[in-house]
Ligand binder design. Structure first.
Ligand code: UD1
Length: 427
């Protein structure tokens, strides 16, 4: 079992380039199913979630060639299955993103039910209700969802209860081949939605309005393969920016659009950070103490839930008290209890966290609770007194390529280490 060992007190500074967005790459890979042939994706991050999506596509019959470090050639011409097994969906819930594309291609799909996960129930009822409006029937049998259409997909208007990223994506990917026009009302507006719409349009789809709350999709007869570059990862960028804000020294983060982190950067400026925005990059540093500022997570363009833990880590060193409200996922404060073990003062009340700034963190053995929480614990270790050892780092590997290497190149004293197996007492 591997862990990350961080020696505190070595601030990061310099330049770092982020990879393509995990949350985009996974859906773009799934979308290749709608256009039989070879689609080339570039700027694909080399992370374990991408490997799992690769396994899903191969299981369905696709051939994948890795060309260079970040380029995938995905040949979906010989895909002849429409079933996604539980062992893959259980590894990564985003595997459910193949539901829409399989329906577009075959008019049927069988996807194992994802079940709960450690950041909340994460249901897929909105995916199902939306697809039902397009003429899909669902049955649940032996733990899998069986989806089929009798007369093919038919365009319709779908109003989502909540601007769900996954539901918007599945509906977009299904409706590109529906008869007539589909309107998604209260659609998610995340940059990854726009990236997916761009790929589908490059394949010949007719999608208008992606990035706004109303998306219109005019169905087409067929789609063709294409080449596409994955948008830069705003959350990886935000993680390094938060780290720079915590340590104080200047860090330039390249390879993403600062506009995709609009509200995060504004809040960080209110917290006392200096942000110099450039094309596809920004430089951040901090000279004053961190000011405590309230935060609430919301769908884009609101404050991203995927930046909540990193921001909590900053605010835990704030000059007074503040409230963080999590509106997107239930049960996403697990990171707080690990940070408390490092000396943070945080009280959880339902979906609010009341954070009182403390002067310092002390290094400890902590467990990564999830992907972003794990990264935020490494972040806390950078300024903690002594050594912090983070275990369960497979969560971090799901979404950050070369995390420790990038931190080391910025001057952090961090390395991956082999952790002793846990001792079990036989009583
Ligand atoms: C995606 C991102 C995740 C990010 C989240 C919100 C990927 C792989 N993951 O997750 O990193 O944190 O967007 O920006 O892209 N919900 C329902 N029913 C549904 C669908 C969702 O109740 O049918 C609920 C979820 O349980 C959650 C909320 O809606 O509480 C938001 O979920 P959603 O926007 O769908 O997030 P994901 O697509 O799962």
């Amino acid at each position: 079992m591997e862990g990350i060992r961080v020696e505190g007190g070595y601030p990061i500074s310099g330049e770092v380039t982020v990879e393509g967005a995990k949350n985009s790459a996974l859906k773009l890979m799934a979308a290749t199913l709608v256009a039989p042939g070879v689609t080339t994706l570039t700027n694909v991050p080399n992370i374990s979630d991408v490997h799992v999506m690769g396994k899903v596509l191969k299981f369905l019959g696709a051939k994948i060639e890795v060309k260079g470090e970040h380029e995938l050639e995905i040949d979906t011409s010989c895909v002849d299955r429409w079933e996604t097994p539980y062992h893959l969906v259980a590894q990564m819930r985003a595997s459910t993103a193949v539901l829409g594309p399989l329906l577009a291609r075959f008019g049927r799909a069988v996807v194992a039910m994802p079940g709960g996960c450690n950041i909340g129930a994460r249901k897929i009822d909105m995916h199902i209700l939306g697809l039902e409006a397009l003429g899909v029937s669902f049955e649940v049998d032996h733990g899998s969802i069986h989806a089929s259409t009798s007369g093919g997909l038919v365009g319709s208007t779908v109003t989502l209860d909540f601007a769900s990223v996954g539901a918007t994506e599945n509906l977009m990917m299904a409706s590109v081949r529906a008869k007539g026009t589909t309107t998604i009302d209260n659609a998610a507006r995340e940059p990854e939605i726009v990236d997916l719409a761009n790929l589908l349009n490059e394949m010949g789809a007719k999608i208008r309005g992606a990035g706004s709350p109303v998306i219109e999709i005019e169905g087409v007869e067929e789609l063709h393969p294409t080449n596409h570059r994955v948008v830069g990862d705003r959350i990886e960028a935000g993680t390094f920016i938060a780290m720079a804000g915590l340590c104080g020294e200047p860090v330039t983060v390249k390879g993403f659009e600062p506009a995709h982190l609009g509200l995060v950067l504004k809040k960080y400026e209110l917290m006392g950070m200096r942000v110099v925005r450039g094309p596809h990059e920004c430089t951040v540093y901090r000279e004053d103490p961190i000011r405590s500022v309230d935060i609430q997570t919301l769908p884009f363009p609101g404050f991203p839930t995927d930046m909540q833990a990193q921001t909590m880590c900053l605010l835990a060193r704030g000059d007074s008290s503040c409230v963080i409200t999590e509106n997107v996922f239930e049960n996403r404060f697990m990171f707080a209890s690990e940070l408390q073990r490092m000396g943070a003062s945080i009280r959880i009340e339902g979906h609010h966290a009341i954070v009182h700034g403390v002067k310092g963190f002390s290094g400890a053995e902590v467990k990564s609770p999830d992907l972003r929480g794990g990264a935020a614990l490494v972040m806390a270790g950078l300024v903690a007194d002594g050594i912090t050892t983070i275990s369960d780092i497979h969560h971090i590997d799901r979404g950050y390529e070369g995390f420790v290497e990038k931190l080391s190149s910025l001057g952090a004293h961090a390395r991956r280490i082999e952790l002793p197996q846990e001792d079990y007492l036989d009583i």
